[in-house]
Design a protein around this ligand. Structure first.
Ligand SMILES: Cc1cc2nc3c(=O)[nH]c(=O)nc-3n(C[C@H](O)[C@H](O)[C@H](O)COP(=O)(O)O)c2cc1C
Length: 146
């Protein structure tokens, strides 16, 4: 099954650690939403959409990429990292796009990621050391179980 993961990971590369581990273990094409403007998703059987969470939302470049390039009806899965341990509420931002294109959702993986945004920098950041190796391997397992 031909798989692409489009990712956006600008804060500490937390989300990129997850998708890099998946791509190291499996044949997956990684596309950085920040510079993959011309990339087409048509040839893939399923698409992963992976992002850090910024102000309650998947990254804007990732959302714009999905709005532009995600073919209607393509199966999708989601991967995210945020300071908060629960990622459920943040899925709304990307589901708005995938549901409007009638894309079937295969699953979602979320874990915490080191955060030094705004005032959190003053206290040395939150979710230090995350994603952990265990969380990274859990993302690989998630992918394997899709
Ligand atoms: C501008 C900005 C806004 C953020 N907003 C949220 C937020 O709304 N909720 C949250 O739990 N974490 C928030 N975070 C923390 C990031 O989601 C977290 O550090 C994530 O792992 C970053 O992923 P990345 O390193 O792949 O970019 C924010 C971080 C930044 C820089």
């Amino acid at each position: 099954m031909k798989t692409a993961i489009v990712y956006f990971s600008k804060h500490h590369g937390n989300t990129k650690k997850l998708v890099d581990a998946i791509a190291a273990a499996h044949e997956v094409t990684l596309i950085n939403a920040a510079d993959g403007a011309g990339a087409s998703l048509k040839e893939f059987d399923r698409i992963g959409l992976a992002s850090g969470i910024y102000a309650g939302s998947f990254g804007k470049p990732l959302i714009a990429f999905a709005e532009r390039e995600l073919p209607a009806g393509k199966p999708v899965f989601f991967i995210s990292t945020s300071a908060s341990p629960s990622g459920k509420a943040y899925l709304k931002s990307i589901r708005r796009v995938t549901e409007s294109k009638s894309c079937k959702e295969l699953g979602a993986y979320h874990c915490t990621g080191f955060n030094t945004f705004g005032p959190f920098k003053l206290v040395g950041g939150t979710a230090k050391g995350h994603p952990t190796e265990e969380e990274i391997q859990a993302a690989v397992k998630f992918y394997e179980n899709l």
